[in-house]
Design a protein around this ligand. Structure first.
Ligand code: DHB
Length: 462
């Protein structure tokens, strides 16, 4: 064994017994190294397990040996995602998720991941770190509580993308040199299952997908962060109109999306029918998105009968029979200008993510590079593909988990519904078991249905 991998050996005896605020006892190992040559102090990992496992007891239906290993991340906006712990009150945190997971009997591994604002944090750092953390868990199989054959990643938004990418890129050779650079544990990094909420992914097609959805809607409405209140960002509303240039570019991007979607040769997971789009944006793929939205509205109707009066829905005898595409998007409103992600001024989180070491942002679509307002370059094509779960799935070169649970709120405007629907459909077409829904009234957020998420984990982890 090399010195480097010795440093990564997990010692189960070096634990502390702690209690959550409501008295649930757990074991804690905090601030451990998951890489031998960290590039940044954020690269630390915390491990938590129900205290029952230290006493040879069961927790729920699991034991120390059988417990799934749940790996939530705190990445948001492709910013650094520090490691997390029960009772953490500092943004960003999923402390409540960790506590709920422990109570279900899961072992929780929370790794700190580099993000775009760190010196070494441009793409692909976030996924390199996540993979290194997975390798560390597998390397310590047996020493670490839990079953390393049952690793389930979880995250929201950019963190959902991180989770989906971890699954889709399992054992990809692209990352080998990056993993070596930071002294990751030897071994594999494929996982058992993915939980992803509103994953902001497939970035190089997200601008086009956004205009497929919002072309013709020229006013945008969003919030911006103005300082912090009680350790949390303070959001204030801002609105605006698309410029003349943006209004010209929007239909061009919409056309690009139609060509892209048709090139994917997706099939309806239920009927096997080829999914496609017509030149005006209508077609069987759009019908599938509408089907998911209608199913979601139907479910919500039981608790919200007033929904039947919404102008974008047709409800007959308690059945949602139609959803008017244009009216629905006028209802939820456009959030982002054009292009939504690969901003022509190179000021978006994503142009920063693809930035050069040292900070200069880069475009990641040739469309924005051609229309750019600033002096920038295009990020390398292999890097853009390497951080896109869809590109990995299409490559067929990686080890991808069988189980996927993807949720994207029906009120989410951060990316087009097409983006999660393409991911879910492609996975299903590749024979994966996909649990997918667009839950009604849910904005850009995650972990809002933990009981259902954990029921799903219990079902697949047996
Ligand atoms: C996130 C949201 C966005 O709208 C985006 O473009 C990138 C990341 C997020 O919440 O993580």
């Amino acid at each position: 064994m090399t010195d480097a991998s010795e440093k990564l050996v997990f010692d189960p005896e070096k634990r502390e017994f702690k209690k959550t605020e409501d008295g649930f006892e757990y074991c804690s190992w905090e601030g451990l190294d998951y890489v031998a040559k960290p590039a940044d102090p954020i690269q630390k990992v915390n491990v938590f397990a129900p205290a029952a496992y230290a006493k040879g007891q069961k927790c729920g239906s699991y034991s120390r040996e059988t417990a799934p290993i749940f790996m939530p991340n705190t990445v948001g906006g492709y910013m650094p995602g520090p490691c997390d712990y029960p009772g953490n009150k500092n943004f960003p945190t999923n402390s409540k998720t960790i506590v709920a997971a422990l109570k279900r009997g899961y072992v929780v591994v929370s790794a700190g991941l580099r993000g775009r604002t760190l010196e070494s944090g441009k793409a692909p750092a976030f996924i390199v770190d996540m993979k290194a953390a997975v390798r560390w868990v597998k390397y310590n199989s047996g020493r670490l509580p839990g079953n390393a054959q049952r690793i389930i990643t979880n995250g929201t938004s950019a963190g959902g993308a991180t989770s989906a990418l971890t699954g889709a890129s399992g054992n990809s050779s692209f990352f080998e040199k990056y993993l070596e650079e930071i002294g990751a544990a030897p071994g594999t990094d494929d996982i058992f299952a993915v939980s992803a909420y509103c994953p902001i992914h497939n970035l190089e097609h997200a601008d086009a997908a956004y205009e497929w959805e919002f072309c013709g809607i020229n006013d945008w409405h969003r919030t911006k962060i103005e300082g912090f209140k009680d350790g949390k960002p303070n959001f204030v509303p801002v609105s605006g109109e698309l410029t003349a240039e943006e209004q010209t570019l929007s239909p061009q991007l919409k056309d690009q999306f139609i060509a892209y979607l048709n090139s994917l040769n997706l099939q309806d997971p239920e009927t096997g029918e080829k999914l496609s789009l017509n030149p005006d944006g209508s077609g069987s793929f759009r019908d599938l998105v509408i089907k998911y939205l209608k199913a979601s509205a139907q479910k919500a109707l039981a608790d919200k009968p007033e929904l039947a009066k919404a102008d974008y829905l047709t409800v007959k005898d308690g059945q949602v029979t139609d959803l008017d595409w244009d009216k629905y998007f006028h209802f939820i409103t456009r959030m982002k200008a054009v292009p939504a992600f690969d901003d022509l001024d190179a000021k978006s989180p994503e142009t920063d993510l693809f930035g050069e070491k040292g900070g200069k942002p880069r475009h990641f679509t040739s469309f924005s590079q051609e229309h750019s307002h600033v002096d920038t370059t295009l990020a390398p094509a292999d890097l853009i593909a390497a951080v896109n779960p869809v590109a990995h799935l299409l490559s067929g070169q990686t080890d991808t988990p069988k189980y996927w649970r993807i949720r994207h709120g029906a009120s989410d405007r951060d990316t087009s519904f097409a983006i999660p629907v393409i991911l879910a459909t492609l996975l299903a077409n590749q024979g994966k078991e996909v649990d997918f829904a667009l839950p009604w009234g849910i904005p850009h957020s995650g972990d809002y249905d933990l009981d259902e998420l954990f029921d799903w984990i219990d079902r697949i982890a047996e």
